[in-house]
Design a protein around this ligand. Sequence first.
Ligand code: NAD
Length: 506
Amino acid sequence: MSAQLQENIAKAEGYLARFKENTLGHYINGEWTLGQGETFDNTTPFDQSFLGKVAAATEADVNAACEAAEAAAAEWAATPGAERRKILHRLGDELEKRAEEIAMVESMDCGQAIRFMRQAAVRGAANFRFFADQAPEARNGLSLHQQEHTNYTVRNPIGPVAVITPWNTPFMLSTWKIAPALAAGCTVVHKPAELSPLTASILAECAEAAGLPKGVWNMVNGFGAVAGKTLTEHPAIKAVALVGDSATGKLIQAQTASTLKRLHLELGGKNPVIVFDDADFDRALDAVVFMIYSLNGQRCTSSSRLLVQSGIKDKFLAALKERVANIKVGHPLDPATEVGPLVHTGHYDKVTSYFEIAKQDGATVAVGGKSLRDEMGPGNFVTPTLFVEAKNSMRIAQEEIFGPVLTAIEFETEEEAVKLANETIYGLAGYIWTSNTGRAMRMADKVEAGMLWVNSENNRNLPSPFGGVKMSGIGRDGGDWSFDFYMETKNVCIAHDTHRVPVLGR
Ligand code: NAD
């Protein structure tokens, strides 16, 4: 064990001690409470050991959080944008102060390697700062002139909103949703994923330390079927922002129908990376490896389908196999680790089931395809895996595995690449590698996805829109798209007193 890993383990133990000793509750109306429900155990995917008890919110707990958000809504909406900006910058400062703690707690809670989690708090703070800076102008709209009337639009915060987040990169995703909601002037009830609840509580602590008024930020722990469902059905909640599975998106659409809520759904993906013969070989190889094996492959924008053109297929796959076999699987707190344990035993079972499914379907396991429990103990460790000789119709090419597992499929022509890329229920992201600009533009036009990167891995630009099409979701985040979601646009039409008002019954 390296000295650095030893040091990280000791530090993480310190940060995790309070969670092990005290049940983690809910943050409602500026107070921490255990609520009225039962508790459940939170464990680490590293070795299944106990990380602490977590309170599961009941309907009554969630109702209390929604009522708090409702009661705080008018005052927060009326708080000048410049003041909201100040508070949210302070929140960014708080996150940066606790960056190491957030990184280590997140690594142990969800198994992501520390090399990726080190940036979690910094990126979270950047999310708050970016949206904070737009708060003062967020209400501004357009001025639309007619001959005898002038129209202007203004935007107002939509009201209390629900933010429901998944376990894969829980901290970062929560900040990305909550920051624009608060900047827009909405109050929030956040429900983090039950499988990785810890850093959401640190976020709420930072919000309190930054001076956010009571009730503006509420957080309830618990399960989707009770806490999530109650939250989405509550009449005070005006919009729901979900990041999660496509199946959950469908449930939430049904649950919110009777209260007619606005929805933003960021869901699953089976994203293609398309490598043409004329691609920059080394850069494409680096990006292909990074975009499926980083973050344990538990990433919505991971490129889990490699479509590789026949002319470079053999050379590309040979180099890829060597790289995948070389990826370092290990302790999430080890700075050398590239792939850590999968978040939960249930998810481990799902990912490992595809090792058999691949063979049954007739694909070849070129690298990995094995559990590492015999070698590495009870944690949810699997080998980084590469399937080749696959067809796009196979389950390994159609279903979101959400692990460090890549399926490689050969294609001949540009038309075939488009067809294969689009033959999926999903449409979140796509990656195109070619040195032919015209082809890149044609592909970008035809591939059905909310986001396409040309000759790049996923590069996040906060002012750009983020989101998917088809079963990957509805709506966009980022820049003004976020404000449009969290605000209502109102049109005001003023007459110049020159037009003829229609007359009846005079
Ligand atoms: P999940 O859908 O199981 O859970 C997400 C959240 O929804 C959790 O907090 C859960 O408790 C809650 N939930 C579950 N049922 C609910 C219900 N009936 N009502 C209200 N809330 C409910 O997803 P997960 O397994 O935690 O995360 C993995 C999924 O998230 C993958 O499909 C992944 O692609 C997706 N994801 C998408 C994006 C994106 O931006 N498109 C980003 C990250 C993850």
